[in-house]
Write a protein that binds this ligand. Structure first.
Ligand SMILES: [Zn+2]
Length: 129
């Protein structure tokens, strides 16, 4: 399984540890093309948004998570050029979610209440831990 396979699996983001790559790299795509963040560092957050969040590592499940509505992050791109990126709403949520993965934090830790099933055909067991 490669990053490309997972990228096609309808997620908006992916963190390298999810595919067994132990580097601080995430790929985020909220529909505007993929953004590669190497060694991302969140510089600034503000505001608050509460909404449904899921993860490719837990297919078919989602939960309600509150995240900052605005995030500013500094990272290197795939050519190791440093850049800063600002995101709001879904982009801010994706940045927080993916950066959490780099620290080994799953979104379920932030979920308010219970996880719920969002798949039409529930899968048997999970693909990965
Ligand atoms: Zn995730």
């Amino acid at each position: 399984m490669c990053i490309r396979d997972r990228y096609d699996a309808n997620g908006v983001g992916l963190a390298a540890p999810q595919v067994g790559i132990l580097k601080r790299i995430v790929v985020i795509d909220i529909g505007e093309g993929p953004v590669v963040l190497v060694n991302p560092e969140i510089l600034e957050t503000s505001g608050e948004q509460t909404g449904q969040e899921g993860c490719l590592s837990l297919p078919g499940q989602a939960g309600i998570v509150t995240r900052p509505n605005y995030v500013k992050v500094r990272a290197f791109d795939e050519n190791m050029q440093e850049f800063e990126l600002e995101g709001e709403e879904l982009m801010a949520r994706a940045i927080c979610h993916e950066c959490d993965h780099l620290d080994g934090i799953m979104y379920v830790r932030h979920v308010e209440g219970q996880l719920f099933d969002v798949s039409d055909e529930p899968e048997e067991g999970l693909e990965e831990e």
